[in-house]
Design a protein around this ligand. Sequence first.
Ligand code: ADP
Ligand code: MG
Length: 234
Amino acid sequence: PVPGALAVNEYSAAQKKAKQNKKGGGFQAMGLSHPVALGINKRGYKIPTPIQRKTIPLILEGRDVVAMAKTGSGKTACFLIPMFERLKQRDPTKGARALIFSPTRELAIQTFKFIRELGKFLDLKVILVLGGDSMDSQFSAIHTCPDVIVGTPGRFLHLCVEMDLKLSSVEYVVFDEADRLFEMGFGEQLNETLSRLPEARQTVMFSATLPKLLVDFAKAGLSDPVLIRLDVES
Ligand code: ADP
Ligand code: MG
């Protein structure tokens, strides 16, 4: 690589960024609150990815969204940034206000860590509810009145039933890696969970693929959803 070529690359990257910000395509144009913007900065994100640019404004508006984009396209921040804006700060007087469903323990833990980092400047209380962990530790975790619960669907539902958990405070629900949620066989538990959630809520679904099963689930569980598909990088 010649130094000249590098300079040209850097220049066009800066140009592109300036153009995007001018167009209103940057994080700055999303009108995010200070603690959320700080978290994005801290994590080192300069410009939103295409799926972030398309979904975050819609979710901030309160729309239900089904978003399909390939792995690695930055979907986690798509649902976390609007969640932070919506929950704002810790409220131990209510039950959990946000639920995030992941297909596996590993993914749930990854999302939990993501919240810790990106949400570093908010003081939200987040707990993990995972199959394989002791029920007792989860009973105590629930008693801390978390703002957000990240979990796998089977254990979450089990806990709901065992603890007769009220979900009336839930206002934001995420089905992450939705295609894999179904591949893992959680369909029945997810439908049962839907029936326990309050009607007045915002629901978003993220997936790498969109099989018919998922379309049907979205029709049942989401309200007038906007479908965003990024099959190719744009
Ligand atoms: P997906 O869920 O679509 O597979 P992730 O949310 O796991 O993707 O993000 C993939 C990687 O991209 C992560 O390391 C994440 O921190 C990073 N990332 C996400 N958004 C941005 C951004 N706007 N700028 C730079 N890196 C980003
Ligand atoms: Mg993901």
